[in-house]
Design a protein around this ligand. Structure first.
Ligand code: CO
Ligand code: CO
Ligand code: CO
Length: 366
């Protein structure tokens, strides 16, 4: 039976005019984009619930306190950090998609305070729908980021798939005593966020063709910016806890930090830095499905002050792809961390809230 490409893949090859070549809009070939494609947090916890995971004294960070990556001690001097992240295309350019997916995968190593060492490609590729050159460009983008991170690519695994997916499994190293987890935030800490919020909203509008490729350049630049520098700064300065903000949103990842640390967190929505068009686009209704999943799952645990609008809240629930680090640091050291971030090119970093003693609500949005 013959079906048109649109019916099979939901995409239309487009003539780019100036180049005169056929170009595929990668984001139109898939049903959801980037970290917004994550299984909802509710479904994930139901699937994991009660599975008999083996205990091991060398497993320093595992599934019992979900963190950015797992950490396994090899000796008193060295532990390995392992993580894997892959997702459908979030932008149309294959090379940039590769860069973004790799940056996002490397980020979990940086959030733990580690150094990435090796990486492996994880690929699902619809070989009947897309030309192989697209795969080559994706892999090139990923490889360039792996090299920028001073890691090496050691292999990978590719399957012929209905929809395109790409990412990396990354292994890093760390001293077992220097792991920065998401479970040691202390009351009195300030929370610093190192990247702007709104990648979900803007890439959803992009997919709908409502923002020009040009106007999302700031978002692409942010999503392909390694969290390495920020990680080196927090390793050097010493902080209490860290995570990176990805698919579960700013509120979701703050919530996980609050629960794991047995504290509550106050987020000042006016202090959160957003991409310039994010507030406008969220008002126009470009809200990724992941926002609703996040909202539904985390709402019972949060208190929202009445001055916070629905639009503002939707951005705080916006699933981020390759988001920034969320750093919990003592109020004494917070200005130093902030000034070091800004001096190293991370000018958008802001203090967005604080950690308080555990309250009935884990997250309080003011
Ligand atoms: Co993470
Ligand atoms: Co991850
Ligand atoms: Co294999």
């Amino acid at each position: 039976m013959h079906r048109s490409p649109e019916v099979i893949g939901g995409y239309m090859p487009e003539n780019t005019g100036s180049l005169g070549s056929l170009q595929v809009r990668l984001t139109r070939t898939v049903h959801s984009a980037g970290c917004a494609a994550k299984l909802s947090p509710g479904n994930l916890s139901r699937a994991l619930c009660g599975l008999p995971v083996k205990k091991d004294p060398n497993l320093l960070v595992g599934l019992d306190k979900p963190d950015d990556a797992g950490v396994y001690k090899l000796s008193d001097q060295i532990a390995i950090i392992q993580t894997v992240d892959f997702f459908p295309p979030i932008v149309d350019d294959p090379y940039l998609f590769g860069q973004i997916a790799a940056t996002n995968a490397l980020s979990d190593i940086y959030a733990m305070g580690g150094k990435p060492i090796t990486a492996m490609n994880v690929v699902g590729f619809p070989s009947e729908k897309l030309p192989l050159d697209i795969l080559r460009q994706i892999l090139k983008g990923g490889l360039d980021k792996v090299h920028e991170a001073d890691a090496v690519l050691v292999g990978g695994h590719t399957i012929d798939d209905v929809e395109l997916k790409y990412g990396l499994s990354v292994t890093g190293i760390i001293h077992p005593k220097k792991i920065i987890t998401n479970s040691t935030a202390q009351p009195g800490d300030k929370l610093i966020l190192t990247k702007l919020i709104g990648t979900g909203v803007i890439t959803t509008a992009l997919k709908a063709g409502k923002v020009s490729q040009k106007s999302i350049s700031a978002v692409i630049k942010s999503m392909s910016f390694l969290n390495r520098e920020a990680s080196l700064i927090i390793q050097k300065t010493g902080v209490n806890a860290c995570t990176d903000v990805t698919g579960f949103s700013l509120i979701g990842h703050s919530y996980i930090m609050a629960v794991n640390s047995d504290v509550s967190i106050i987020i000042d929505h006016k202090a959160v830095p957003y991409f310039p068009k994010a507030q406008l686009l969220v008002r126009e209704g470009f809200i990724p499905g992941g926002t609703y999943n996040n909202r539904k799952f985390y709402s019972p645990y949060i208190t929202v002050r009445e001055q916070v609008t629905t639009e503002a809240l939707n951005l705080l629930f916006d699933p981020q792809t390759s988001g920034g680090l969320l750093i919990s640091v003592s109020h004494k050291k917070a200005p130093l961390v902030l000034s070091r971030l800004k001096a190293n090119g991370i000018k958008q970093a802001r203090i967005i809230g604080e950690v308080v003693r555990k309250q009935p609500a884990r997250i309080i949005v003011i």
